[in-house]
Design a protein around this ligand. Structure first.
Ligand SMILES: NC(=O)c1ccc[n+]([C@@H]2O[C@H](COP(=O)([O-])OP(=O)(O)OC[C@H]3O[C@@H](n4cnc5c(N)ncnc54)[C@H](OP(=O)(O)O)[C@@H]3O)[C@@H](O)[C@H]2O)c1
Length: 283
């Protein structure tokens, strides 16, 4: 199958309403690539917990942007179905640190991401794995929006910093891998260009919004109790604090080379994300 044949058939975009999927979809559409927006509430209805919905979205698709549902990870089964349907190429979102024992405190890597990556590598398909660090858009669309909304963000991250990646860059790498040559068999570790502590990130957002936003470092146990009081399941709360532990322990301050490797340019800076995002319309 040639590059053109892969692109001539639609790209199935899972998580199409989410932080990465919505941008992958938009960037593909801008290039005129045929797409299928898939999720429970998207045009192409797709539910990880209903395998019968997988068949229709896969039929006739040439390639797939794949994110897992972390609460119900089923990449290996899905990849099998994709192969059966003649899909040629899959680009899968994973996470930085999943292959490093001890990276996430209290858990041994993130088995579901590692299993998902392995399913791609042994599938015989063309594959690319994206391993991003923490998303900048967690502050504007994800679980860190509380800070910008209420003026206080409580987290168990101490003075730890992260090289927050702009999700537009994750999408750009995904689109390059879905539509172009040279990305098969690559595992890209993705980050932004510089490390900022949570307090520093909030200072930039606060300046853009023109109102004070404060970071409050909280002990891990206290944070877990907060999450449980908010109705989080115990397992989910534990996974989140394990993931956040990589920031607290300085592991997420590392700059990764994946954006430059894949796109030949530097990743976008956090300040650019803040200026673009936190204007008068943000709420
Ligand atoms: N946030 C970070 O900083 C970070 C860092 C590294 C890696 N990651 C990884 O990123 C992945 C999440 O990607 P994202 O942030 O782009 O997504 P997201 O913004 O969390 O959105 C989740 C998407 O999945 C869809 N979805 C939810 N449940 C579904 C189900 N049962 N069946 C089908 N679709 C479902 C949702 O749409 P509907 O509601 O319409 O179904 C939505 O489009 C996770 O695997 C996470 O481990 C995140």
């Amino acid at each position: 199958m040639t590059e053109n044949n892969v692109i001539a058939r639609p790209v199935l975009v899972t998580g199409a309403t989410g932080m990465t999927g919505s941008r992958v979809l938009a960037q593909l559409r801008e290039l005129g690539v045929p797409t299928r927006a898939a999720s429970r509430s998207s045009e192409w209805r797709f539910d990880w917990s209903e395998p019968q919905t997988w068949e229709k979205v896969l039929e006739g698709a040439g390639s797939v942007y794949l994110i897992q549902d972390d609460t119900n990870p089923r990449t290996p089964e899905f990849v099998e179905r994709a192969v059966a349907h003649g899909v040629e190429r899959i680009v899968r979102l994973s996470a930085r640190g999943v292959d490093q024992p001890g990276y996430f405190e209290g858990v041994d890597g993130i088995p579901s991401h590692l299993e998902g990556e392995e399913a791609l590598r042994s599938s015989g398909l063309e594959w690319t794995v994206l391993r991003p660090g923490w998303f900048a858009q967690n502050f504007s669309e994800g679980f860190l929006t509380e800070g910008a909304r209420t003026g206080v963000l409580r987290l168990p991250t101490g003075d730890g910093a992260a090289t927050w990646i702009d999700v537009e860059d994750i999408a750009a790498v995904a689109v390059a891998a879905l539509t172009g040559p040279g990305h098969h068999g690559r595992t890209y570790e993705l980050s932004g260009p510089r490390a900022l502590t949570v307090a520093e990130a909030l200072t930039e957002i606060s300046e853009a919004l023109g109102r004070p936003i404060r970071y409050e470092a909280v002990p891990v146990d206290e944070y877990v109790n907060d999450l449980l009081e908010q109705g989080w399941p115990k397992e989910g709360a534990q996974e989140l604090v394990s993931a956040l532990s990589a920031i607290r322990r300085g592991l997420e301050a590392k700059v990764s080379p994946g954006v430059k490797e894949a796109l030949g340019r530097e990743p976008r800076d956090f300040t650019e994300f803040v200026i673009r995002t936190f204007d008068a319309q943000w709420a």
